[in-house]
Design a protein around this ligand. Structure first.
Ligand SMILES: C[S@@+](CC[C@H](N)C(=O)[O-])C[C@H]1O[C@@H](n2cnc3c(N)ncnc32)[C@H](O)[C@@H]1O
Length: 265
């Protein structure tokens, strides 16, 4: 059982007052490696049409850059890893404002500027408030860009409901400490945020739990795509794994893309 506090905003606020950089469960390179086939469109989808790929006809226009939601970014450098791989349309979301300060610092230290986006938002709030928070962050950053500061935006990118991918490294774990209801709201929010267009949308999650998403299978096709053995103190210790999940939004259950914002949570 996880220690208490991981579902408390105060816990994270206090932690980030001094913590400048920390990776939960595994380095960012690990989740990026799990996500890469899906981000690059090389993996076969669970269902639906084949994704476009770099091997498609030279007359096809290149697919637009993916819009990625980084859930509970904390003081991880995952956004920098994504940017280094060419993914700049990343929105880092955390409900602890200091986490986003740390995120910007990490990005600036590595690249000399800030191009990914940062949104203070509670992922377990109702979808409408979350979308408002994300849209407000988008508007703020675009205004800054128009004023000459920062980059990104300005290309008609509407944040709410239009992400191609969501990534989380142990954020679902932290939120699950608040009970099944909290995880359910997170899942509903991510379901709504993922685009129905293009590659169909997917969520890659790295978790310490083998059952993390059992209760949201009505919303997502849930697949374990990687099991990562953890270090043992003694050879006789039991095998313990971290789980790399691929979640693809289901269209079934009466949930169409027109449902956004209609359901309270
Ligand atoms: C276990 S840490 C993981 C941080 C980072 N993803 C990593 O791999 O190092 C969980 C993160 O989720 C954030 N978080 C927890 N509950 C949240 C919520 N309801 N809304 C937004 N962020 C939340 C915390 O502030 C913290 O940054």
């Amino acid at each position: 059982m996880a220690p208490p506090g991981f579902d408390s905003k105060d816990y994270w606020g206090e932690r980030f007052a001094t913590e400048t950089s920390f990776e939960w469960l595994a380095p960012s390179a690990t989740i990026l490696e799990i996500a890469a086939p899906y981000l690059l469109g090389d993996a076969a989808p669970a269902s639906g049409p084949a994704p476009s790929s770099s091997s498609s006809s030279s007359s096809s226009p290149p697919p637009p850059p993916l819009r990625i939601l980084h859930l509970g970014s904390g003081t991880s450098d995952l956004h920098s890893h994504l940017r280094a791989r060419g993914f700049e349309r990343v929105t880092n979301v955390d409900y602890a404002p200091q986490a986003l300060v740390r995120g910007r610092d990490l990005e600036r230290a590595r690249f000399g500027d800030v191009r990914t986006k940062y949104a203070v938002a509670d992922l377990t709030r109702s979808s409408r408030s979350l979308e408002e928070d994300l849209a407000a962050a988008d508007a703020e950053e675009e205004a800054a860009a128009a004023g000459g500061g920062g980059a990104g935006g300005g290309d008609g990118w509407k944040m709410a409901g239009r992400y191609d991918a969501a990534l989380d490294k142990s954020t679902a774990d932290a939120i699950a400490c608040g009970g099944d209801g909290a995880l359910r709201v997170l899942a509903e929010n991510v379901w709504r945020c993922l685009s129905a267009e293009g590659r169909g949308g997917f969520w890659i999650s790295l978790s310490y739990s083998a059952t993390r998403f059992d209760d949201v299978r009505d919303l997502f096709e849930v697949q374990v795509v990687r099991k990562i053995p953890t270090a043992k103190a003694k050879p006789t210790d039991p095998d313990i794994f971290y789980y790399g999940y691929l979640l693809r939004p289901k269209r079934a259950g009466g949930r169409g893309r027109g449902d956004e914002g209609n359901e309270g949570s």
